[in-house]
Design a protein around this ligand. Structure first.
Ligand SMILES: C[S@@+](CC[C@H](N)C(=O)[O-])C[C@H]1O[C@@H](n2cnc3c(N)ncnc32)[C@H](O)[C@@H]1O
Length: 513
């Protein structure tokens, strides 16, 4: 992509020396000498432009001692290395508008470019207050319209939209590309005025911003007839800035911003962190990037709200449009993000948990009955139930809520997919049910018979099972160094044993019964 240098610099240098030698009158610093130096570089200035450059030159000289604006003091050098150098990109590439000169310092290249291309809307960004004040004075004195000064450091949080960014002598390319994430439009260009040895910088930037920025031009050149080598490197932005993505998403969804923890909507969301609140409100809070996207894809009609930190992480394109976008102030979001995911949360209308009564019996295969009081155990066992092809999970009266955020997370989303039923309390299970119960005091599971349609009754954490079930229970043989397995783990092992007996685990998967 890099283009070679133009005509030999030594020939140009000789011509330059000869022509300036023929104009002794213009050797003295002044508007005419300035115009002549520009002309030697093939740049013809209008009277107004000469006047503006001369005025700018005067301001630079006047303020240089106090503000340390440039280390170049020689008149010819100032014209060539500062003003001419600044305007050359305008001859080599189209200038986007609005164009931000990032790290403008004393106004380079923004002010000379603006003088040459008055139609371009120019934004001069300069983090140092005294330099920014100088820029304001220069803009006023030169009468530059459609030119603003941003007197702050540009960071990725800067979101004033611009179509292009130009920068000279500020930082490495990748840092600039990162810095303009918030403000540069999709398709916008970053024009980087570089020295000749910038290949390593380009390579780093290409690697870091692969898919987000593309290198579209890289041209080697020299300033007029001098030996000063330059590279003009141009990157084009492929992705869209966050604010544009957020604005598009806000057009697709109803948006509500919540800032107070006293807000009734926020209070309702907070209730979804407890089993009781979920039961009452019939709403579920899904956390974690993957579970959220899976739940949205599987249950689009049930999606109620996409919950984010302010405008960050807008709902993706294709998200159900009836879903509201709740933008929460940081402390409110943190209250709901109990796992510290920092990712969007999804509020879902809870899938129905239909009642089950013992009179209904069990369908073919395994129904898992769980009395667990720990939501993480409930989630873990539901995940195992899904993994081993259980027909339905019957939650006994003792059980924690399967949509408690901790249960949902431990189930890796399975709680939203598997048929869940609400059964009676343990004590109300009739003793003649075809159940295989699990207890550390039972007989070895190796000898157990699994009926074609049966219920697997997991033990209750801590207390185990009531005596009536303990007496007919099966156990998983264990090393005597532990007393028992975790309740969810023992259920998983029993489910594995049941599937193994079906002879369906041979190829690493099994068919649903
Ligand atoms: C070495 S000077 C170059 C100035 C000018 N571009 C030139 O070529 O003469 C770099 C300037 O960029 C400014 N600067 C650096 N990082 C900046 C940022 N993130 N936002 C705004 N200004 C910045 C500094 O304050 C400094 O004035």
């Amino acid at each position: 992509m890099k283009k070679g240098h133009g005509a030999s610099s030594s020939r140009k240098k000789t011509e330059h020396t000869r022509r300036t030698a023929q104009r002794p009158r213009e050797d003295q610093p002044g508007p005419a000498a300035l115009a002549a130096l520009f002309q030697d570089c093939g740049l013809i200035l209008t009277e107004r432009q000469i006047e503006q450059f001369w005025l700018y030159h005067g301001l630079l000289r006047h303020h240089n001692t106090a503000l340390n604006l440039t280390r170049i003091h020689n008149f010819n050098q100032m014209v060539l290395k500062l003003y001419v150098d600044s305007v050359l990109p305008g001859r080599m590439t189209d200038l986007p508008s609005p164009l931000m000169d990032l790290g403008s310092g004393p106004g380079m290249p923004g002010i000379p470019l603006k003088i040459m291309h008055p139609q371009v809307q120019m934004v001069l960004a300069e983090g140092r207050a005294k330099r920014a004040a100088f820029l304001l004075e220069a803009v006023a004195q030169l009468g530059l319209d459609a030119t603003t000064v941003v007197d702050r450091n540009i960071t990725p949080a800067f979101e004033q939209p611009v179509a292009g960014v130009i920068t000279r002598a500020v930082e490495v390319i990748a840092d600039t590309l990162a810095r303009v994430q918030g403000c540069l439009a999709q398709g916008g260009r970053v024009i980087l005025m570089k020295g000749p040895g910038c290949d390593p910088e380009i390579a780093v930037a290409q690697q870091r911003f692969d898919g987000r920025f593309a290198l579209v031009a890289d041209t080697a050149y020299r300033i007029g007839g001098t030996s000063n080598e330059r590279r003009l490197v141009v990157f084009e932005r492929l992705d869209a800035p966050r604010h544009a993505v957020a604005a598009q998403a806000a057009g697709r969804h109803r948006v509500t911003a919540l800032t107070s923890d006293q807000n009734s909507r926020f209070k309702a969301l907070k209730k979804m962190l407890t089993g009781r609140g979920i039961k009452k409100g019939a709403m579920v809070l899904v956390a974690g990037a993957r579970p959220v996207h899976e739940a949205m894809a599987a249950l689009p009609q049930r999606c109620r709200a996409w919950i984010t930190r302010d405008t960050q992480d807008p709902p993706p394109e294709g998200a159900p449009s009836h879903m509201e976008w709740l933008q929460l102030a940081e402390p409110l979001y943190q209250t709901l993000d109990i796992f510290g995911t920092r990712a969007p949360l999804l509020c879902l209308e809870a899938p129905a948990i239909t009642p089950w009564s013992p009179a209904e019996g069990f369908p073919l295969g395994c129904s898992l009955l769980v009395p667990f009081q720990d939501p993480e155990n409930i989630g873990a066992v539901i995940r195992s139930a899904a993994a081993f092809g259980v027909r339905q999970v019957i939650l006994l009266g003792e059980s924690a809520h399967p949509f408690h955020p901790k249960a949902l997370r431990a189930s890796a989303g399975a709680a939203l997919r598997l048929p869940l039923r609400q059964g009676p309390f343990l004590a109300d299970l009739p003793p003649d049910l075809p159940l295989v119960a699990l207890s550390a005091e039972g007989t070895d599971i190796a000898a157990a018979a699994f009926p074609p349609a049966f219920g697997l009754l997991a033990g209750l954490e801590g207390q185990g099972l009531p005596a009536v079930w303990r007496s007919k229970a099966v156990r998983i043989p264990l090393s005597p160094v532990v007393e028992s397995l975790n309740a969810a783990t023992s259920a998983a092992v029993a489910l594995y044993e049941w599937q193994r007996r079906q002879g369906t685990l041979g190829d690493g998967t099994f068919d649903r019964p």
